[in-house]
Design a protein. Structure first.
Length: 288
């Protein structure tokens, strides 16, 4: 049974979903830019039934409050610290997609006492020092996301209509299939849900680089970290070049790359089961 909770962090209301026994091993799920905690509702029951799951809507997202001008990783991280201190009585395994993966990394660096282990799904850890040509590609994606959000609002589209519109979009090189062929039905619905509730300032921070400006990869991370990365050719946010740089700085981090997968690995029709297998093994090891 899922229970909804709300806590405050620095005056900002945060929406949480809690599931599983209170005395179970804690697993905190974090989402990416424009999404919400709903992006993790697909996780198989076999992985959740004996564990205490916490799904968070980050500030500015989903059912949490908007807080313009505060959409930066240290502020997101402080919110998550507040969640862990309020809801979880022991260190948690943290699982994060994209921005959520970066926040999980920040937690492992700055609050290792609260984290048992971290699984990062294609996080843009090197966004702050990405070459301009590559950084421009990511900004183009967020400009496109911004346009979709504003168009859906101007047209007064429902969530269902927004999901149908998202399904027709092609983001990628020529010949890339529309998102409706690449993403799961629940993945499309989750995007539409998030887009309807998002503070557009979240996207602006992703475009101008302010959201991830404080991220760094040199401070030690002494906890188990598994990084599940997408394919460079399909738009990975954590590239093979990033993998080489991280190996020099953090040699204990394990990186698994999913050939063919785009950035939202857990929402890709062809790769969700692959991602679920890595998640299953990780939780069986660290969330017992």
């Amino acid at each position: 049974m899922v229970a909804e909770r709300r806590i405050e962090s620095d005056g900002v209301g945060l929406h949480l979903e809690l599931e599983g026994p209170e005395d179970g091993a804690a697993v905190l799920f974090l989402h990416g830019v424009g999404s919400s905690g709903r992006t993790w509702e697909w996780v198989p029951h076999e992985l959740t039934r004996a564990r205490r799951l916490v799904r968070v809507d980050l500030r500015g997202h989903g059912r949490s409050d908007h807080a313009p001008g505060t959409y930066v990783v240290p502020r997101y991280g402080a919110d998550v610290v507040a969640v862990l201190n309020s809801i979880v009585s022991r260190p948690a395994v943290v699982v994060g997609n994209s921005l959520g993966g970066v926040i999980a990394w920040w937690l492992a660096q700055n609050h290792p006492d609260l984290v048992t282990a971290a699984l990062l799904e294609d996080p843009p850890l090197f966004a702050g020092d990405t070459p301009e040509a590559e950084a421009g590609r990511f900004r183009d994606v967020f400009h496109a996301v911004r346009a979709v959000i504003l168009e859906s609002r101007e047209r007064g589209l429902s969530e269902e209509e927004t999901a149908e519109h998202i399904a027709t979009i092609r983001w990628g090189p020529a010949g890339t299939p529309p998102l409706g062929e690449l993403l799961t039905e629940d993945g499309l619905a989750t995007l539409a849900f998030g887009y309807h509730r998002l503070d557009i300032g979240v996207i602006d921070g992703a475009i101008d680089g302010s959201t991830l400006a404080a991220v760094e990869t040199r401070s030690p991370v002494n906890l188990p970290v598994l990084l599940v990365a997408a394919d460079d050719a399909a738009g990975a946010a954590f590239s093979t070049g990033d993998e080489e740089r991280l190996a020099e700085r953090q040699p204990t981090v394990e990186v698994v790359r999913i050939p063919g997968s785009g950035h939202r690995i857990h929402d890709m029709r062809a790769y969700r089961e692959t991602f679920a297998g890595h998640l299953r093994r990780f939780l069986d090891t660290y969330a017992r």
